[in-house]
Write a new protein. Structure first.
Length: 463
C-alpha cells in the first residue's frame, strides 16, 4: 500500500508540472514550423514528436518500472541500493546555500543580468552570418580541394543564367540588343562577371563574318547539332539565354549582385520581352537567406506562443510571464556569447532562439511549480525558494548535464557547421541552467512581496 501511495503522489504532483513544461516546450518549437524552408519545419516537427514520445515513455514506462522495482525487487531494510536517503544530499545542501546567497543579492543580480542582456542584444547585431557551404565542410576534403583547383584553372565554377523571352529572339534587332546586354553586363559588374556567353558570342567566336543578322544567325544555328542548338535557343525561337560565369561570392554579396543585375536588365529591357534571372546561384542565395533569415521572427513567435499557451493554461498573467522572462534574458546572453566567441550564425545556429525557448521554459516551469507547492506549506517565501532549488535543482541539473552530454558529440565533428551548432547548443543549455537557478529565484521572490502575495494567490488557485 505504501508503494501505491508513492506512485499516486508521483502522478498527482509531478505529472501535471511535467505536462505543462512539455506543452510550453512544444510551443517554443512550434515557431520552427513557420520557416519557409522545409528542413527547418521538419526539424521542429521531429523535436515535437520526440518530446511527446519522451514524455509518454517517462510517464508510462519509467514510473512503472520504478514501481515494479521498488515493490517487488527491493528490500529497503536490507539493500543499501534501495535505501531511501535519510538526510539531504550534498548537492541539495550546496544548491540551497547558493540560493540563500543569491536571494541576499537579488537586486544586484537582476540588474547585472539585465545589463548583460542589453549588451548581448546589441552585440547580436554584430554577429556575422555564414552561408558559404564550402566553409561548412572539412577543408581537406578531396572533393573540395579538387573543385578549388578547377576554379583556379578555369576561373569560375559558379554560374547564373539570364533567360530572355520575346516574339522572335533571332531577329536582327534582338540579336544586336542581346549582344549589347551581354557585353554590358561584363562592363557593369567587373570582378564579379568573369565572362558572359550567349548565342551571339558563340557566333562571333566561330564565324568569319561577325555581322549579326537574322539570316547569318539562322544559317549558323542550322549548322549546329540539335542538342547544341537547344542549349541556346528553343525550337520556337522565342527563348534564349545568357550564361554568366561569376566569381565565388558569399550569400550577401551574391544577393546584392542579383538585385543590381535585375535593375540593370530592367533599364535595358526591350518592349514585349521578359527577362528572368535564374540558375543554381539564385536558388542557393534564396535557400541560404531563408535558412538564416527570420531567426528573430521565429524567436519572437516562439516567445509569444509560450506566453499565450501558459496564459491559457494558468489563466493568470504573472504565471505566464515568470517562466518566459528568464528565457528572454538567455536569448540576449546567447547573442553576446556568440559575438565574443567569434561564431557566426549558420542555417543550424539560426534556430537556436526557438530551441532556447523550448529547453529553458521546461526548467523554469518545473522550478516555479515546485515553489508554489512549498508556499502552500505556509513557509516564508525565502524558505520556500531555498527548499525549492535544493530539491528540484538536482533533477534540473541532471537533465541539463545529460542534454549537454548528448550534444557534446557534435563538437568532435569534422564539419564546422555541426561543430559550431554543438558549441552553441552546449552554451545555451548552460545559460538556461544558470538562468533557472540564478535569475528565476530572486525574480519570483521579488514578485512575492505582499501578504497575501500575488504569487501565493496563484499557488492557491493552481489549476
Amino acid at each position: 500500500m505504501k508503494h501505491d501511495n508513492i506512485f499516486k503522489k508521483t502522478y498527482k504532483y509531478m505529472a501535471p508540472s511535467v505536462l505543462i513544461a512539455m506543452v510550453a516546450t512544444i510551443l517554443g518549437f512550434t515557431a520552427l514550423f513557420v520557416s519557409p524552408v522545409p528542413m527547418i519545419a521538419d526539424f521542429g516537427k521531429t523535436l515535437t514528436i520526440g518530446l511527446a514520445v519522451s514524455f509518454l515513455a517517462a510517464l508510462l514506462i519509467l514510473t512503472t518500472n520504478l514501481y515494479i522495482r521498488d515493490k517487488y525487487f527491493c528490500d529497503h531494510a536490507q539493500s543499501s541500493t534501495c535505501a531511501l536517503p535519510r538526510e539531504s544530499h550534498w548537492l541539495e545542501r550546496t544548491l540551497s546555500a547558493m540560493t540563500q546567497k543569491v536571494l541576499s543579492q537579488k537586486y544586484l543580480i537582476l540588474c547585472l543580468c539585465m545589463a548583460i542582456t542589453v549588451w548581448g542584444f546589441a552585440s547580436d547585431a554584430k554577429v556575422g552570418i555564414q552561408t558559404d557551404i564550402e566553409r561548412f565542410m572539412p577543408q581537406d576534403t578531396p572533393e573540395l580541394v579538387e573543385i578549388r583547383e578547377l576554379r583556379d584553372l578555369i576561373g569560375s565554377t559558379d554560374q547564373l543564367t539570364i533567360m530572355v523571352e520575346g516574339p522572335d529572339v533571332l531577329s536582327t534587332d534582338y540579336l544586336l540588343w542581346l549582344e549589347g546586354v551581354r557585353t554590358g553586363v561584363e562592363s557593369e559588374f567587373p570582378g564579379i562577371v568573369l565572362s558572359a556567353v550567349s548565342v551571339t558570342s558563340l557566333y562571333r567566336q566561330t564565324q568569319k563574318d561577325p555581322t549579326l543578322s537574322e539570316e547569318n544567325m539562322s544559317g549558323f544555328l542550322t549548322s549546329l547539332p540539335a542538342t547544341q542548338r537547344r542549349l541556346f535557343v528553343d525550337g520556337a525561337q522565342q527563348t534564349t539565354i545568357i550564361t554568366l560565369n561569376i566569381a565565388r561570392l558569399d550569400n550577401e554579396p551574391l544577393r546584392n549582385f542579383i538585385v543590381g543585375l535585375k535593375l540593370f536588365l530592367d533599364s535595358n529591357q526591350p518592349q514585349g520581352s521578359q527577362l528572368t534571372v535564374t540558375g543554381k546561384a539564385v536558388i542557393d542565395a534564396e535557400m541560404m537567406t531563408s535558412l538564416t533569415g527570420g531567426r528573430r521572427e521565429m524567436t519572437l513567435l516562439g516567445t509569444i506562443f509560450v506566453f499565450f499557451g501558459l496564459l491559457l493554461i494558468y489563466r493568470n498573467v504573472l504565471k505566464a510571464v515568470v517562466p518566459v522572462f528568464p528565457i528572454c534574458l538567455i536569448i540576449g546572453w546567447s547573442g553576446g556569447a556568440m559575438y565574443l566567441l567569434g561564431i557566426d550564425y549558420t542555417p543550424l545556429t539560426a534556430t537556436m532562439g526557438a530551441l532556447i525557448i523550448g529547453i529553458g521554459t521546461e526548467f523554469t516551469i518545473l522550478l516555479m511549480e515546485r515553489y508554489f507547492e512549498e508556499r502552500q506549506k505556509g513557509v516564508s517565501k525565502e524558505e520556500a525558494m531555498i527548499a525549492t532549488v535544493g530539491k528540484i535543482g538536482k533533477p534540473i541539473l541532471a537533465s541539463a548535464l545529460t542534454t549537454i552530454g548528448g550534444f557534446s558529440a557534435l563538437i568532435f565533428s569534422d564539419f564546422l557547421i555541426l561543430k559550431e551548432f554543438g558549441i552553441v547548443t552546449l552554451l545555451n543549455i548552460t545559460l538556461c541552467l544558470v538562468s533557472s537557478l540564478i535569475v528565476l529565484p530572486p525574480l519570483i521572490v521579488m514578485l512575492d512581496r505582499k501578504q497575501p502575495s500575488t504569487v501565493q494567490v496563484l499557488a492557491q488557485s493552481k489549476a
